[in-house]
Design a binder for this molecule. Structure first.
Ligand SMILES: [Zn+2]
Length: 342
């Protein structure tokens, strides 16, 4: 009997430790504090004459406007939890989309451009295009997400790599890139751009049904200045050699999970190629929490499962930029930042 009692106590203690450990991994986050010094101050008031306004809305959502024309990358606001990603099918959250657009003050847009067709970039884009009157631009895979949500063909445009598209004074060029290459494991195939969504995708669907399709670097040119948005930490050798950008939005998600050689090539092929004066890291905040007032670091569980360590990734980008004398900064969310003010 005594042994049985001891065993029962041991089991209880083990259960307690496991539950406490799991709760900690689910609740605790990586530390943002060491990077708070990078935050640019919020700016108030209307867009100053001659400036471009940029608004960061988490992950790789960026609204870029010159006061007359406005474009948005991704438009991803649904953010299903880790539990729903792993145990059920997912679909756009219309309330979350409406709320985010309202909070961002976005009522109309000229174009919505997902960087590739994974759920965390493209799943909401057709609905955002629909409510803002924008045209949805992307690969055939992205357009099939649009078709699955009944977006009319006239509201979609197939991206042609390196062919500039004009919106007001903006010239926007999608340049074929590659996705972040998962170093093995079940996600290796998921990142393969040859995996395409070949038919209209009607949600709710499995997260893996949002196949990557083509991944793009987005070059935004404007008489006031040029930007490059590199959302996923991949590259095509030489693809950005003739591209120039004053400000580079650099996807850092997962970069330090790669070999030193991969990290160096990414920096060379993207940062050195476009020669920015300022680098703004993106794709580092939690993908499994609803959008909050400020960008949240990923939970420890997420970082552990995907070997996506945002603190390590941000430290890498900061270290490299400082070493090379390139300005590096983080953008606050929901606040316009004015670039190219005189
Ligand atoms: Zn992706």
């Amino acid at each position: 009997m005594r042994i049985l009692k001891k065993l029962a106590r041991l089991l209880l203690a083990l259960t307690f430790i496991t539950v406490a450990g799991l709760t900690y991994l689910v609740m605790a986050r990586e530390d943002i504090e060491p990077f708070e010094e990078l935050y640019l101050p919020a700016q108030q008031g209307d867009t100053p004459a001659g400036a471009l306004s940029i608004q960061f809305l988490g992950n790789t959502n960026l609204q870029i406007s010159d006061g007359s024309t406005s474009i948005l990358t991704d438009g991803w606001f649904s953010r299903p939890s880790l539990l729903s990603l792993t145990t059920s099918h997912i679909e756009p959250d219309r309330d979350a989309i409406a709320q985010a657009l309202e909070q961002a003050g976005i009522s109309s847009l000229d174009a919505v451009i997902p960087v590739h067709s994974h759920y965390d970039h493209a799943m909401d884009a057709p609905l955002v295009a629909e409510v803002t009157g924008a045209i949805l631009i992307g690969s055939e895979s992205t357009l099939n997400i649009g078709r699955g949500l009944d977006l009319p063909e006239s509201d979609m445009r197939l991206a042609v790599s390196e062919q500039p598209m004009v919106f007001g004074e903006f010239s926007v060029t999608l340049i074929e890139s590659t996705h972040y290459r998962f170093p093995g494991g079940i996600l290796e195939d998921y990142a393969d751009p040859r995996q395409e969504i070949s038919h209209p995708l009607v949600p709710p669907v499995d997260v893996y049904d949002y196949k990557a399709g083509a991944a793009y670097s987005i070059h935004v040119q404007h008489p006031r200045g040029n930007l490059l948005i590199q959302a996923s930490a991949g590259w095509v050798d030489g693809a950005l050699d003739d591209v120039e950008a004053d400000v580079l939005f650099l996807g850092v998600g997962g970069i330090t999970g790669q070999s030193d050689e991969y990290q160096e090539s990414y920096w060379q092929q993207v940062v050195h190629a476009v020669g920015p004066r300022q680098v703004i890291p993106i794709h580092w905040d939690s993908m499994t929490d609803p959008l909050a007032h400020e960008a949240l670091m990923p939970t420890l569980l997420f970082s552990l499962l995907l070997d996506f360590n945002s603190a390590r990734d941000l430290a890498y980008a900061r270290g490299k930029a400082k070493e090379e004398g390139i300005e590096i900064a983080l953008m606050p969310m929901w606040e316009p930042l004015y670039l190219f003010t005189d």
